[in-house]
Design a protein around this ligand. Sequence first.
Ligand code: M6R
Length: 366
Amino acid sequence: ELGPYRHFMQKEIHEQPRALADTIEGVIDRNGFVPALFGDADGAVLRDVEAVQILACGTSYYAGLVARYWIEAIAGIPCAVDIASEYRYRAAVANPKQLVVTISQSGETLDTMEALKYAKALGHERTLSICNVPESAIPRASRLVYYTRAGAEIGVASTKAFTTQLVALFTLTATLAKLRGRLSDEQEAQYLEALRHLPGSVQHALNLEPQIVAWAERFAAKEHALFLGRGVHYPIALEGALKLKEISYIHAEAYPAGELKHGPLALVDSAMPVVVIAPNDSLLEKVKSNIQEVRARGGEMFVFTDLDSHFGESEQVNVIRTPRHVGILSPVVHAIPVQLLAYHAALARGTDVDKPRNLAKSVTVE
Ligand code: M6R
């Protein structure tokens, strides 16, 4: 069942254009976003939402961090994102107008389930689950449910579940914005167009694999790596660092690039590879100046960007470019190169990619 692939992770990375196309096919039709996507009651539950609280673990939590930027910027609703195992033990403030969104590939993660139960015990009735496994525990305990169409994900490292979660969260954002009268027809048309192009843009990112293999072979000899991003791409830096740790066992940390001077810059020397997620978004110039700081300390950079950013290559700055900037959905496209980097670094180190040591696909214990 692996076909031409060596591991499920590699197969699942390459399945993303299909998984995204399937997911997108379910959320839009000729007239726009499909109505009642999150269940029959979605109008009643979502209509006068005044706050969003996202709860998740691991990669699903990073999907939530991306969504926060979208929900606040597009729907204009304050959004908090918590790691489920933290939320369930803190005295959170109940708010009847708050929508509680759990994100879980498996739908069985114990901490996320317990965080949901806790939110409900606090009196939150507006609950929505974004999940990849039908009829699993978390969606069963939620009022509204949205199932991503990633198909079975077998590798312990989450890949296609992540990018399809992002599409689900983007759709939720557009739905909330529409209910609040914040989505013009023109804007909606632009979002639909962006979604239609997404599988193709992800395929373009996958086509960069040979270039990424060359980088990964250099990473395989390292023991540490630093990942940087800003804004909506900061969670992609976090995801890149998690993927690398999880399957190659290289120690990796991610920081918002603006935080460099506040500590991590002290780690930078010629032995520390620095991965930068730097597409042509509104923070690009800021990222470029952060990069100069790394460069001045002798650090070697590996920059994932797009052609529109006009990033120059130099002795210390290696660049891989996707063909064009895709706008608001750029984090989805930029998830691909960091997945491939981790996969090929792990391959070069000979680790058990699909079943990394000490980890389980679904974490059903605390
Ligand atoms: O099934 P879930 O989405 O609830 O799982 C959450 C995390 O355990 C999961 O994303 C984990 O971090 C992955 N192994 C990351 O690749």
